[in-house]
Design a protein around this ligand. Structure first.
Ligand code: DX5
Ligand code: ZN
Length: 214
């Protein structure tokens, strides 16, 4: 069973509550929330207050992807905002163990993400601490970028090391590559533009068709 997690980075920023309710009604399994700080990645989105504001609209799982550095000073705030899964980047700081332990201690399920330039070996020592590994298949910071095919062997390597945790793929995911990703070992697919393209909260059927096509 594959989990589809639409990324609200591709939704209408003035209408997140209705966008979330629309994609959930159309079959979304999780809601993926991209937090960017303009420092770890070259773009800025929003922080814990926005996560708290959208939380009542999320009936499934709020999957918060932190593209920020440092992470540790903000863990409590994102936990209080209602993140179910809180994912930090392996590249975001020197003390990954501490960060992941702090995320679990705050009551969230920890995830660890790796950029395209980071080998899977970077997270092998923390696989026992996480519920999810997020393999970035674009350079993080923006939606709508081209999928990096060369990331697929990483998925298979991580699945071989960790049969029981979620392996989430983030960036450029759509109908053209989803099958290959699942065959390589992925079980969670984040999809921004490929879900939200062609639809709107007043015409959400396109969201459903897009989700089913992935
Ligand atoms: C990229 C984000 C992704 C992004 C994916 O930095 O982490 O979650 O929303 O967007 P698409 O699916 O359009 O590549
Ligand atoms: Zn993301």
């Amino acid at each position: 069973m594959v989990t589809i997690a639409p990324s609200i980075l591709a939704a209408d920023f003035a209408n997140f509550g209705a966008e979330i309710e629309a994609v959930e009604a159309q079959g979304a399994d999780w809601i993926h929330v991209d937090v960017m700080d303009g420092h770890f990645v070259p773009n800025i989105t929003f922080g814990p207050q926005m996560c708290a504001a959208i939380r009542p609209h999320v009936k499934t799982v709020m999957d918060v992807h932190l593209m920020i550095a440092p992470v540790d000073p903000y863990i409590e705030a994102f936990a209080a905002a209602g993140a179910d899964i809180l994912t930090a980047h392996a590249e975001a700081g020197p003390h990954l163990h501490r960060t992941l332990q702090a995320i679990r201690a705050a009551g969230c399920r920890p995830g660890v993400a790796i950029n395209p330039g980071t080998p899977p070996d970077a997270v092998r020592p923390v696989l026992d601490l996480v519920d999810l590994v997020c393999v970035m298949t674009v350079n993080p910071g923006f939606g709508g970028q081209g999928f990096l095919d060369s990331m697929i062997p990483k998925i298979a390597q991580l699945r071989a090391w960790a049969p029981d945790i979620h392996i989430e793929i983030d960036g450029g995911v759509g109908a053209g590559n989803a099958r290959r990703l699942v065959e390589a070992g992925a079980d969670v697919l984040v999809a921004g533009s490929s879900v939200f393209k062609g639809g709107s909260v007043t015409d959400p059927a396109a969201y459903g068709a897009n989700i089913r096509a992935i």
